[in-house]
Design a protein around this ligand. Structure first.
Ligand code: SDX
Length: 434
């Protein structure tokens, strides 16, 4: 069994221990590298080959298209589980008993009131504000209204554990309210509160969609679809936004502030913002006469900044297992709702062409989680600017789980090194001499 890595620099040879995970992934532990080599570091733009931590939450294998939360396959969870029990699993490590889930939901409901003064902050935003910017700002503002002690220390683990639990249920209780407020503010609708008699996912839909002076009529197809979409988005190990939450939390910033940073990272079109960008791309292709070949050529043209949104992935060099599940769900939802959405046909032809095009095949670019999700959100009546907000709602348990894991393991503050490539020392000259 190989248990060491050898590094040769010039005449000198160094050995470093290997870390092997429960799925036989191997890492070289280089924590002593700089010290033993008198300052040599590694560099890896975008951390494509660099592990930031060891984690027990999610396992994915990009080559085989495998995704598991705490050992349970995404296929099983998406088919059989309820989003709140998946949230519990990701955060606490085990699926809850019926009583544990009931208490978790009760605690979340008890912590779902948002301070009325938060409405004043919301009112200060222009209607044109992107809901991801609103959500990130309001999430950070929650700290001001919940000056809770996010101090995770070992002085009194039980008290600390309780305060951590209290913050977890506050996040899961309050952020769906902020999501519905951001949505309703954009439409000029009165801000709704939840209905504690409903399930977690159904309540989110009611808060968002209940029309003034009308009874809210639940649609089981939409509830089932949203439950599945939230589960599929719940975690994805060290993606850009989760790594952001971990590094912000590593400075001992609170849970709300850390999650606010994750929302901002998710907003980018290369990450969670891709689901909005996919819909805008499909709409543009439709308006351009549905000429998918023209857009395929643009995506392959190095001089054209256009990329085929919803395609490619940092880790998956096979089909994103979530994309497969969402594609089937998209058909089901459109069929059940009796919707004939022309952009679904455009998406299908893009996918078919890309899967047979050497440019995409050679680079192992497959549809990712964002390629079909927007089609379902649109069928549910969710406006395109809210798509990434729905992604954030799903990713909350993953962000919380990773934040807790990092803090409870007392991981050090994240502080990468760099290689300086600027000017060497030079003398200051007075302006008259320049
Ligand atoms: C998510 O990490 C996660 O887990 C994220 C996520 C999660 O659950 O948290 O899965 C969610 O963010 C999914 C990804 C959503 N983003 C998009 O759909 C945006 C479009 N995709 C690309 O921007 C890109 O594929 C990335 C950003 C997703 C991945 O980029 P990488 O890993 O940095 O790969 P790369 O940019 O180095 O690309 C490798 C090659 C390049 O060509 P060459 O230089 O080799 O000639 O593939 C090309 C790229 O130009 N390429 C694409 C492409 N994606 C990559 N060419 C056209 N269209 C694309 N979409």
């Amino acid at each position: 069994m190989i248990d060491k890595a050898k590094l040769q620099i010039g005449e000198n040879s160094y050995e470093f221990p290997l870390i092997v995970g429960t799925e036989n992934e191997i890492a070289i532990d280089i924590k002593t590298l700089r010290g033993v080599t008198d300052g040599v570091i590694t560099i890896d733009a975008g951390y494509k080959n660099t592990g930031a931590c060891q984690s027990a939450i999610t396992f994915l294998d990009g080559e085989k298209g495998i995704l598991r939360y705490r050992g349970y396959s995404i296929e099983e969870l998406a088919e059989k589980a309820d989003f709140l029990e998946v949230a519990y699993l990701l955060i606490f490590g085990e699926l809850p008993s019926k009583e544990e889930l009931q208490k978790f939901h009760e605690d979340i409901k008890e912590n779902s009131i948002v301070d009325e003064d938060v409405r004043k902050i919301l009112d200060a935003f222009p209607k044109s504000a992107h809901p991801m910017g609103v959500l990130s700002s309001l999430t950070s503002a929650l700290t001001a209204f919940n000056p809770s002690n996010d101090k995770i220390n070992n002085i009194d683990y039980q008290r600390t554990k309780k305060s951590l639990y209290d913050n977890i249920v506050k996040v899961l209780g309050k952020i769906p309210v902020l999501v519905s407020w951001a949505y309703r503010k954009k439409l000029g609708l009165p801000l709704e509160y939840g209905d504690n008699s409903l399930g977690y996912v159904e309540n989110i839909l009611k808060m968002m969609f209940k029309k003034p002076n009308e009874d809210y009529v639940p649609n089981q197809v939409i509830i089932t679809a949203l439950n599945k979409l939230l589960i599929l988005h719940a975690d994805h190990e060290q993606n850009c936004s989760t790594s952001t939450v971990r590094i912000v939390g590593s400075s001992h910033a609170g849970l709300f502030a850390s999650i606010s940073s994750g929302i901002s990272a998710l907003w980018g079109p290369l990450h969670g913002g891709a689901n909005q960008a996919v819909l805008e791309m499909l709409e543009a292709i439709r308006e351009d006469g549905g000429d998918t070949k023209k857009y395929m050529a643009k995506a392959k043209d190095k001089n054209d900044p256009f990329r085929l949104m919803g395609f490619g992935h940092r880790v998956y060099k096979n089909f994103d297992p979530r994309a497969k599940i969402i594609k089937v769900a998209a058909y089901e939802v459109l069929n059940d709702l009796g919707i004939d959405d022309p952009i679904l046909e455009i998406a299908k032809s893009l996918e078919k062409e890309a899967l047979n095009d050497p440019y995409f095949v050679d680079r192992k670019l497959y549809p990712n989680v964002d390629f079909y999700s927007g089609i379902i959100y649109r069928a549910m009546g969710i406006p395109v600017e809210m798509f990434t907000v729905m992604f954030a709602l799903g990713r909350l348990p993953g962000w919380i789980g990773h934040w807790c894991e990092m803090r409870l393991r007392k991981e050090p503050i994240g502080r990468p090194r760099q290689i300086y490539t600027g000017e060497t020392q030079r003398e200051f000259k007075n302006i008259s001499q320049r």
